[in-house]
Design a protein. Structure first.
Length: 284
């Protein structure tokens, strides 16, 4: 009798938990379909005209104060280039660390793991100081540039990525690489012809985890890009717009919704690979 009740209780709890996590998104979605007056009067009520979302989106896209098209383009460039660099560098580094069984390789791997627990707030000011020092010594401008943002995200994103790739590559039989060597492949060909195709599930996991973080990040772009820069990400644009025009809640909510939709679509498209990539390395 008790056994039959447990699944029902678990399902009810899961449904309540799902609604609790979904509630903020529903609030943003409903208020995106209202004008500023309706949001002020009844923020939790259902909208009268759902087509208001389209009108608000047009206003956001054409509003010069938000500069949404430029911010969207900057977020796409920073996110895509950072993800490509993180996956390429982390997968190669993890492969070398797994196949090179020395004390040095183990030490380097543990340094990557240790970097995962260092809070960003501890290193954010030394990071800015280092960026300024690089510019003083070499003339290479890292602050307020795409290159500086990508370099920062690669540095902070590689630790977790190397850890995930390391566990996954352990489950790949070494005999595949030995067969590639017999066929005349060098190390470069072995990785990109034999290993890289096998890493597709963990590629998806790494890209989703880092992509959500990079797309939604506010603090690091604020420090590196600053305010008033021609290069700004969507979180910076929305924050600047909300701070300057606090009464236009309809446009603020729509801007937040437009920032959420691309990363939600990306997550839904790759979600089937996430768990597969996360647990595949635990087999060995």
């Amino acid at each position: 009798m008790n056994k039959s009740k447990h699944p029902i209780v678990l399902e009810i709890f899961t449904a309540l938990l799902f609604l609790a996590f979904l509630f903020p998104f529903l609030i943003v979605l409903m208020n995106s379909a209202k004008d500023a007056f309706q949001i002020t009067v009844d923020p939790l009520g259902m909208p009268e005209d759902w087509t208001q979302i389209g009108r608000n989106m047009v206003s956001i896209w054409t509003n010069g104060n938000i500069r949404y098209p430029g911010s969207f383009r900057s977020s796409i460039i920073i996110t895509v280039v950072s993800l490509l660099a993180i996956t390429m560098l982390s997968s190669q580094a993890a492969w070398v660390l797994v196949r090179t069984k020395t004390r040095l390789s183990n030490t380097i791997f543990f340094i990557f793991v240790a970097a995962m627990v260092i809070p960003f707030q501890i290193v954010m000011f030394p990071l800015l100081s280092w960026f300024r020092t690089v510019y003083t010594l070499t003339g290479l401008k890292l602050l307020r540039t795409y290159f500086g943002m990508v370099l920062a995200y690669v540095g902070f994103g590689c630790s977790l990525s190397v850890f995930l790739y390391h566990g996954f590559i352990k489950s790949i039989p070494y005999e595949l690489e030995e067969a590639a060597k017999i066929d005349g492949c060098n190390r470069f060909q072995t990785f990109y012809i034999v290993i890289a195709p096998i890493l597709r599930p963990i590629h998806a996991t790494v890209m989703v985890l880092n992509g959500i973080w990079i797309w939604n990040d506010y603090l690091l772009p604020l420090l590196v890009l600053g305010k008033g820069n021609r290069i700004q990400t969507i979180p910076l644009a929305v924050a600047n717009f909300a701070g300057a025009y606090v009464k236009q809640w309809d446009l603020i909510m729509t801007a937040i919704l437009m920032a959420m939709v691309p990363i939600i679509i990306f997550f839904l498209a790759a979600q089937k690979h996430i768990i597969k990539g996360m647990v595949a390395g635990s087999i060995k």
